[in-house]
Write a protein that binds this ligand. Sequence first.
Ligand SMILES: Cc1ncc(COP(=O)(O)O)c(C=O)c1O
Length: 389
Amino acid sequence: MPVVSRRTLAASRAFDAVKHFAFQSRYGERRADPGIADFTFGNPHEMPLQGLVTAIRDGAVPQNKDWFAYKTSEEAPQAFLAAALGRELDLPFEPADIALTAGAFAAISVAFRLVLDAGDEAVYSEPGWFCYEPMLLAADAVPRAVRLRAPTFDLDLDAIDAAIGPRTRLVIVNTPHNPTGRIYPRKALLALADLLERASQRIGHRIFLLSDEPYRRLRFDGRAFTSPAAVYPWTLIAYSYGKVLLAPGQRLGYLALSPRMPDADRQALRDALFATQMALGWCFPNAVMQNALPHLEGLSIDLPALAARRDALVPVLARAGHHVLPPEGTFYLWARWAGDPERQWHALADRGVFVMPGSIMNTPDHFRISLTASDAMVERALPAFAHAA
Ligand SMILES: Cc1ncc(COP(=O)(O)O)c(C=O)c1O
């Protein structure tokens, strides 16, 4: 019998490629080198937002004896978020619909534990965020990946329908989408809702939808956004402040239940939220972040700066022969390599420019660029991008 549990071993294996890239590849060796142009992970490469620093500093100054007591989903931030999210998505959230979590990671874990039994299946689309698979395996669930429709990377509704079987309990949608930058239009989400309704009837139990929306505020050119929670009642929203504040280490987010959900199901989920978060290891945000939350709502990283980096990179990449999908949201650029992926990745690495290989997202002919790189990195990288092809 292995020392480590089988499900954890399976989860660990599913994360091997990312771990290898992050720590052992040529990128891993140079990740701390200030001379590289780092377009890999969505990490900050500049100083944090001053408003965030002030809110954290203020949130750390105790105003009563309970300031650093155990924090669950505190009433004040729950009420604040119900109102703010209600305005943003035009849905009547109530405070009890909101579970405060340590980022979207914890919100997703909570969602899995809420609705998935061991052996239940969850459908998600690829290319996609590389943590769904290991997280599902760690939850003893069965990951079912379906492909997005290249070259536009729209949801493939037929593939989702075909992947739904008697054990399917959850479908995951990530919009705005990492890595492609797509924002799924309302029409596609309505068609998905219709599909899930029919599939739920067909298999004889309710399929839930997890709408993973941590990039919801990061949209280019004033693009509209529809949350799946507005069109499919059995939706749970996962959100993180890690992206909009570019402070993923601060671990603040929430899981929100769609107010459109029928009362009995909504109440059953509400009733289970606290125990689920406790049992997963008290995955609530810490006291300082809960105190800071109301002061974070209006803050955002510089979207025009992201757009300017996108606009600097896209024509150069296109001239080098890469096929770029112009992002509608997120802080990523998704492109198809002009030539041999491995050779081109190494040619960029030779010049100190590191991008995320699509192989990590099971799409080896593509690569992802994170626009969270600094302007100086973009400047340094442009000649390399121009020449590497
Ligand atoms: C699609 C998606 N979901 C969830 C997360 C997790 O976000 P956080 O680390 O802020 O919890 C990420 C982070 O990269 C992501 O890209």
